[in-house]
Design a protein around this ligand. Structure first.
Ligand SMILES: Nc1nc2c(ncn2[C@@H]2O[C@H](COP(=O)(O)OP(=O)(O)OP(=O)(O)O)[C@@H](O)[C@H]2O)c(=O)[nH]1
Ligand SMILES: [Mg+2]
Length: 299
């Protein structure tokens, strides 16, 4: 049987979209819009594992003609071959971009020079008129948990802002001194009010931008298992010492096997599905289940 690298969900979930919008996000969006006119360049963070799904289209409207550098973070967690295809596809995009990894410092040294380059023309004009350019003001924007605060800490080589492995850690905007003549504004993660499809919901949940509860931990787990079954079944069998995994295996059955292996059982002896799902998702998020990209670059 041919393996389709990007399976569509067969969960039968029919939904008009996921309506949700925590109040703090609306507030964050208003504050974000208010600061925009005060900054020179926006560093827009997206997730390298979901280069398309992590685009906040609301930003397009808000940012307008603002100078922008798009940074795809967490590249070390994405499938390197698929990243290459994404890089080729993004080549002709309007805004310059970099694939980075804040935890391994990949491409971080290139960020500030690129941001300064975006200001070169404007500042050149000021200098010709005998005026010293002002302090470079950057704003870092993106969906929750994509690594905005981690990136800032890496750029300033100290713990200037709070970070954590869950969405919604940064609650308010905060200026950080980057260099003598550069400042960076950290902002809370912002998502859009309605997630259009369950598929997008699964991708945002599995990568940590929304909490599992928004779409249901069992469904997020089901989505991850289906993706692994077709993209990297070997990692599943190796990590949980399972037999060869046929592509058509039922994810529920797989989860039951994982539960047995990891001792996720109820007092009476039945499988504890929620515990097993929690174990699987934690293993994935801590990098024990290999590198995966969920957005198909050919789609
Ligand atoms: N592997 C990997 N993990 C990362 C990277 N950047 C951030 N993380 C992890 O992702 C999680 C979220 O990081 P934060 O910096 O708090 O994310 P944020 O975008 O500021 O999140 P909010 O403030 O909630 O919007 C943390 O557990 C980080 O260690 C990266 O480049 N690679
Ligand atoms: Mg943050």
């Amino acid at each position: 049987m041919t393996r389709e690298p990007y399976p569509q969900q067969k969960s039968g979930v029919q939904t008009p979209g996921i309506n949700w919008y925590p109040g703090h996000m609306l507030k964050a969006k208003k504050e974000f819009a208010a600061q925009l006119k005060r900054v020179d360049v926006v560093l827009e963070l997206r997730d390298a594992r979901i280069p398309e799904t992590s685009i906040n289209h609301d930003f397009e409207l808000l940012l307008g003609q603002k100078r922008r550098l798009v940074l795809f973070n967490k590249t070390r967690l994405a499938d390197p071959d698929v990243t290459k295809v994404w890089e080729a596809r993004l080549h002709s995009e309007e805004h310059p971009h970099l694939f980075i990894d804040a935890l391994t410092n990949r491409n971080l040294k290139r960020i500030l020079p690129l941001a300064r380059k975006l200001m070169a023309e404007r500042w050149g004009k000021l200098r010709r008129r005998g005026i010293n350019p002002p302090v470079l003001k950057l704003l870092i924007a993106g969906i929750p948990n994509v690594g905005k605060s981690t990136l800032i800490n890496r750029l300033v080589h100290r713990k200037a802002t709070e970070t954590g492995p869950r969405p919604g850690v940064t609650k308010r905007q905060e200026w950080v001194r980057l260099e003598r003549d550069a400042r960076l504004l950290d902002t809370p993660g912002i998502l859009w009010p309605k997630i259009e499809t369950m598929e997008a919901g699964f991708r945002l949940a599995v990568t940590g931008a929304i909490k599992d509860e928004v779409v249901g931990i069992d469904r997020v787990c089901d989505f991850l298992l289906r993706t692994l079954q077709v993209q990297n079944p070997e990692v599943l069998s190796k990590c949980y010492r399972l037999d060869t995994i046929p592509v058509e295996s039922d994810p529920q059955e797989l989860l039951a096997q994982i539960a047995q292996r990891r001792g996720c059982l109820k007092p009476g002896g039945g499988v504890d599905g929620v515990r097993a799902a929690t174990v699987l998702l934690r293993d994935f998020r801590e990098g024990r289940l290999g590198q995966l990209t969920f957005d198909d670059p050919s789609g």
